[in-house]
Design a protein around this ligand. Structure first.
Ligand code: MN
Length: 141
């Protein structure tokens, strides 16, 4: 399969560090994260996330919700029990509080999005099971 490698390095925001340690256990494939806004006074964490082709996070939810702003490549967003939504640069994903979902790259493309944690005072993300290859492979073929 031809893989679009144009986004193997970030083209807009810094790619940051490869996810390692405990957080790596909630990803399938490699991912990179650069925290862009962490200042307490803004109460609004903003971060750039890059996924390798087929890379994705586990099913999870955010107690205060999350917004994704897609900046590069092609990827997927899926809520539990719903079909996947294909994502391209410029797309905005509004993820309500406590809705179980995952996000990640397409099979043949790197994928980058900005993440914004809304209402962060409501708590950290809750992490669930892996998005299996069986689930992932249903998205596009
Ligand atoms: Mn999320």
């Amino acid at each position: 399969m031809m893989v679009n490698n144009d986004l193997s390095e970030s083209i807009i925001f810094p790619k940051g560090n490869k996810v390692e340690g405990p957080l790596a256990s909630v990803f399938t494939g490699d991912a990179w994260v650069e925290m862009l806004v962490t200042d307490e006074k803004f109460n609004c964490p903003v971060y750039n996330v890059t996924f390798e082709p087929r890379g994705r996070n586990n099913w999870h939810s955010h107690p205060g919700g999350q917004i994704l702003l897609v900046t590069g490549g092609r990827g997927w967003y899926q809520e539990d029990g719903k079909p996947g939504r294909e994502l391209k640069p410029g797309d905005v994903v509004k993820i309500p509080s406590n809705v179980k979902h995952w996000h990640g790259a397409a099979k043949d493309s790197w994928f980058t999005h900005l993440g914004i944690t809304t209402n962060p005072e409501k708590g950290d993300a809750k992490w669930f099971e892996t998005v299996t290859d069986e689930e992932y492979n249903k998205l596009d073929s």
